[in-house]
Write a protein of this length. Structure first.
Length: 277
């Protein structure tokens, strides 16, 4: 079951008009809420980022936080055959009478669905995943979680066709983020990640990973690092709502350190798992 504009209906019965600006222009924002054992991870932070995204593109939030929580929990309940879920929430600007770039006051289109999250086994992650690197040529508002994701999807497709998990992006030699995740490196037991700003999405799981690291006594620096530092790191990770915290052990065909997930990742990964209960 999904939610569309006030109704809970089967997914195959959910339709939007062709004049919806989300369909025509990618004019909207979205969030993904990870759910484990009926616990929504980072709920408040996701709702705050949703508000930030709506503010950034001038859409009035159609619901209060309490109303969103009620809707999200209803979708979780309706799809509880999956113990682990990714709740996708999308708000477009809505429908107009004709296709045009400008817009007036429109009624937003709201869509919410649930997908299963594949269970992860720590032992299966120890060999890590591979990634490719690509120059980051996206617009300079990557901190808005907009639905217009063409550049990101093309990067992700390149990674897929290279049998890699992700495409790690760099701009002017500085690592920014990946196509659908944030990037961390570990050097000399210190954790580094790009600071928040227009070049990266302010990932909720990124913030949780930082908190988990600090809980384990790991020093964290939110500062820029170069592609060369990425390749010479002791550990490399990516983070997102559905990937959680994933080790990257090969980049552009080159092994990172010894080619296995490192001890700092292990500590932070274990700390993250405690949030699920």
């Amino acid at each position: 079951m999904v939610y569309l504009n006030g109704n809970f209906i089967p997914k195959d019965k959910a339709y939007i008009p062709v004049m919806d600006r989300g369909f025509l222009f990618g004019d909207g924002v979205y969030e993904v809420f990870p759910v484990y054992n009926n616990t929504i991870i980072g709920l408040e932070s996701h709702l705050n980022r949703l508000q930030d995204g709506l503010d950034a593109i001038n859409i009035i939030n159609p619901h209060s936080k309490d109303e969103w929580i009620t809707l999200i929990n209803k979708i979780v309940t309706l799809n509880n055959k999956n113990p682990s879920q990714a709740i996708y929430l999308q708000i477009s600007r809505g429908c107009d009478e004709n296709r045009k770039h400008t817009y007036g006051e429109l009624k937003p289109t709201i869509y919410i669905q649930s997908s299963g999250i594949e269970p992860k086994d720590k032992n299966d992650l120890l060999k890590g995943k591979s990634a490719i690197t690509r120059e980051d040529i996206r617009w300079l508002k990557s901190n808005t979680k907009a639905t217009s994701l063409l550049a990101n999807t093309l990067y992700a497709q390149e990674a897929k066709e290279s049998n890699s998990e992700e495409a790690i992006l760099y701009r002017d030699g500085i690592v920014t983020e990946a196509s659908s995740s944030n990037v961390f490196i570990v050097k000399n037991n210190c954790l580094y990640t790009h600071p928040k700003g227009p070049n990266i999405l302010p990932g909720v799981t990124r913030d949780i990973a930082i908190h988990c690291a600090e809980e384990q006594g790991i020093k964290v620096r939110e500062e820029k690092f170069k592609k060369e530092q990425l390749m010479q790191a002791d550990e490399v990770w990516i983070s997102s709502s559905t990937r959680e915290i994933l080790p990257i052990t090969r980049i552009d065909g080159v092994l990172i350190s010894n080619g296995y997930a490192g001890p700092v990742w292990s500590l932070v990964y274990d700390q993250y798992q405690t949030l699920k209960s």
